[in-house]
Design a protein around this ligand. Structure first.
Ligand code: IMP
Ligand code: MG
Length: 391
């Protein structure tokens, strides 16, 4: 069975921890969109790892491999650094990484441009927007350009001088050689079709539906589609994703600018930031915090094609007498624009005191009846044992 894990808000739903827990049951964990704008935090026996480009497999389990799909935008420098870092804890992980050579390359020129032009969006400055813009403008380069020794200068000439480009292309080719030396392979998804069809695949989404270029709160979005279409668009239309887990925290956070209907301020916000460790793992910015937004959650479920829900970080709200939830807006959101002018209505439900508190059942049942989706699990802590089945 093939499974996807997708974020249902503005990223940081703690998807990575879910992927990491599920990964040992799969042959491949696959990233299909975005780049190093993600900060995917996982905990393994008390140790913390942050992945930016690599899927969150559990490297303790040697049978699972990583695949980076063609829909991604990859900074080769950052990829090499990430592999080098993780190799300090695990042996030769390069041998378990396969990259589709049709993925686009985020060059240092794209990062420079991001910092110069996108600050009003509050981007991560990882060059994501400029790289995807070039892709749709039929410029920029794919890894295949390097592997096939194709002339790239014309495709980058709007970004730098000829001399800078040639020097940089030589650097990139050296990095590709180092990646190959470390065991990384470059193989298109289609060339792996037979193996993929025999395998169990876990698609790990990046960011969340409300940051999706197609369906999010435009223009305060990232530059890729964070829904299940993003996964298929990476060259996987030859197979079916059977189960799509949508991930939501039991409250909401956001980094960067843009609308946030259930945002809270002051002490209540500080409390969540502190208890929930709500600091951007890519940018180090404090995350904006707010209450669970049921209309936005339903919107995200429907836009993403979710079949099941996983609700995360319930331990963070432990001990509150009442938990606030946004029940509805004046009008049910049906477009990303509806989050800018949401006239929202809150109510509160009883809080919980421990991981098996009956009030958690009531809270999750409320989410199920609002979204029409079954909650399969919830998380209460960061370790593998803290993901609890909800029946
Ligand atoms: P970009 O993806 O760097 O272009 O940033 C666009 C918007 O998406 C900004 O508001 C970022 O803060 C946000 N963003 C991008 N990636 C992530 C992520 O992995 N988690 C949370 N927010 C993100
Ligand atoms: Mg994150």
């Amino acid at each position: 069975m093939n499974v996807a894990i997708l974020g249902l808000a503005w990223g940081d739903e703690a998807k990575a921890a879910v992927a990491h827990r599920m990964a040992p049951d799969f042959d491949f964990v696959i990233r299909t969109s975005g780049g190093s704008n993600c900060g995917h935090t996982i905990y393994d026996n008390g140790k913390k790892y942050v992945h930016h480009l690599l899927p969150c497999l559990d490297f303790n389990f040697k049978n699972t491999k990583a695949f980076l799909g063609s829909g991604m935008v990859v900074s080769l420098e950052e990829l090499l650094a990430e592999i080098t870092e993780i190799n300090k804890s695990f042996d030769s992980i390069g041998n378990r990484i396969i990259i589709d050579p049709d993925a686009f390359i985020v060059t240092k020129f794209h990062k420079r441009m991001d910092a110069q032009t996108n600050s009003h969006i509050g981007t991560t400055n990882k060059g994501i927007g400029p790289t995807y813009s070039d892709k749709t403008a039929r410029r920029g380069i794919r890894i295949n350009h390097l592997l096939r020794n194709l002339d790239c200068t014309g495709l980058l000439s709007h970004l730098a001088t000829l001399e800078e480009i040639n020097e940089y292309i030589a650097e990139l080719k050296t990095i590709v050689s180092k990646l190959v030396d470390s065991g990384v392979q470059f193989i298109p998804s289609l060339a792996m079709k037979d193996e993929f069809l025999r395998s169990k695949l876990l698609f790990e989404g990046a960011q969340g539906a409300l940051l999706s270029l197609e369906h999010g709160s435009f223009p305060y979005v990232t530059s890729s589609d964070c829904t299940v279409s993003g996964a298929y668009a990476s060259g996987f239309n030859f197979l079916k994703i059977d189960k799509i887990y949508g991930i939501t925290k039991c409250y909401v956070t956001k980094v960067g600018e843009g609308p946030f209907p259930t945002e809270i301020f002051g002490k209540a916000c500080l409390n969540l930031q502190t208890k929930g460790n709500e600091i951007g793992s890519t940018t180090g910015r404090l995350r904006r915090c707010g209450w669970l937004d049921l209309p936005a959650l339903k919107y995200a479920c429907d836009k993403s094609g979710v079949t099941d829900l996983i609700v995360t970080k319930l331990d963070i709200l432990e001990g509150m007498d009442q938990v606030t939830v946004c029940q509805n807006y004046d009008h049910e959101p049906t477009s990303g624009f509806d989050f800018f002018e949401a006239n929202r209505h809150f109510s509160s439900v009883h809080g919980w005191k421990h991981r098996y508190d009956h009030n958690i059942d009531k809270f999750l049942t409320m989410i199920e009846s609002h979204t029409g989706k079954k909650v399969s699990h919830y998380t209460y802590g960061v370790e593998r044992r803290d993901m609890i089945e909800f029946k």
